[in-house]
Design a protein around this ligand. Structure first.
Ligand code: MN
Length: 291
């Protein structure tokens, strides 16, 4: 198995690493195109091409150590998948202060990490990037479907959604603010996004977990995803917001999900890998980890 960033064994020792990259390959409930099960491996592959000097943060984040967790089986029904991920996250969070980085896989894999994080950080809030609200109470009979994942998460802690431009009529009351735990910033009603940065940050607590569904990006920016949706975020829409968040709140963990690698176009794989590395940099700065 590959180490994130192509780091040497020495640079990727568990004991010395501030980051743990955890592959969550799963696409059991995907409703349109499957393939996100191959997302984690494609991100690890592409991470070899990411320059280790971060040009925006002007730092070599990898010097904090990035450990790549060994592959473990998460196949089965969503409830089984959750029960397989939970003990891994719980143990790491209990025994270390490392930032855990989940690589999806479809979005349903985010539930278990967030549940474990919430147990450690009672004040946790979620910054959620996505084209889809994912607020259904269930989908095709499955309560833990990718299309219901943020509904389940909102039962654990407050969520703030960015990039949303697709939801069903049943989700309208939630999107429009019926539930105090759910703050939805509809993409087409909040442009340019910079105008809303301060308001968005106000909705977050001092301890933030980022769940990043890559279909939040404009598909012109990021075509490799199973459920593409026109419109959406650019690279700088994302980085400028998260950079600001990192100056105010602690970013304690994150996941990047729903990459569906395309056979002849690596832009999405590389963008996901670079996003993961950039988010590590923001997390490090927010936690005042000095390199
Ligand atoms: Mn989505």
């Amino acid at each position: 198995m590959k180490n994130f960033g192509g780091l040497s064994k020495q640079e990727a020792l568990f004991e010395k690493s501030k980051f743990v990259v955890i592959s969550l390959p799963y696409d059991q409930t995907a409703s349109y195109q499957k393939g996100s099960v191959n997302g984690p491996e494609a991100i690890l592959d592409a991470s070899y091409q990411v320059e280790l000097y971060d040009e925006e943060l002007k730092q070599e984040t990898y010097k904090l150590g990035i450990y790549t967790y060994p592959h473990f089986d998460i196949s089965g029904k969503p409830e089984e998948m959750i029960e397989k991920i939970l003990p891994v996250y719980r143990k790491l969070l209990k025994e270390t202060d490392k930032v855990l980085v989940g690589l999806g896989g479809e979005h349903s894999v985010s539930y278990a990490p967030i549940k474990a994080y919430k147990e450690k950080f009672p004040n946790l809030s979620i910054l959620h990037f996505d084209a889809h609200a994912d607020l259904r109470d269930g989908y095709e009979g499955e309560r833990f479907s990718h299309a219901a994942v943020m509904r389940r998460v909102s039962e654990l802690c407050p969520i703030t959604q960015i990039g949303i431009r697709n939801y069903s009529i049943g989700e309208v009351p939630l999107v429009e603010g019926e539930n105090n735990n759910i703050h939805t910033y509809l993409w087409h009603e909040h442009l340019p996004l910079e105008k809303y940065h301060d308001e968005i940050i106000e909705t977050l607590s001092d301890t933030v977990y980022i769940s990043f569904d890559t279909d939040g990006f404009d598909p012109a920016v990021f075509p490799g995803t199973g459920t593409p949706e026109p419109g959406g975020l650019t690279w700088y829409d994302v980085t400028s917001l998260v950079r600001k968040v990192s100056k105010i709140s602690k970013i304690v963990g994150f996941d990047v999900v729903e990459l569906m690698p395309l056979p002849h176009n690596k832009v999405s794989d590389f963008t996901a890998a670079k996003l993961v590395y950039r988010f590590m940099g923001y997390a490090a700065q927010s936690l005042k980890w000095h390199i």
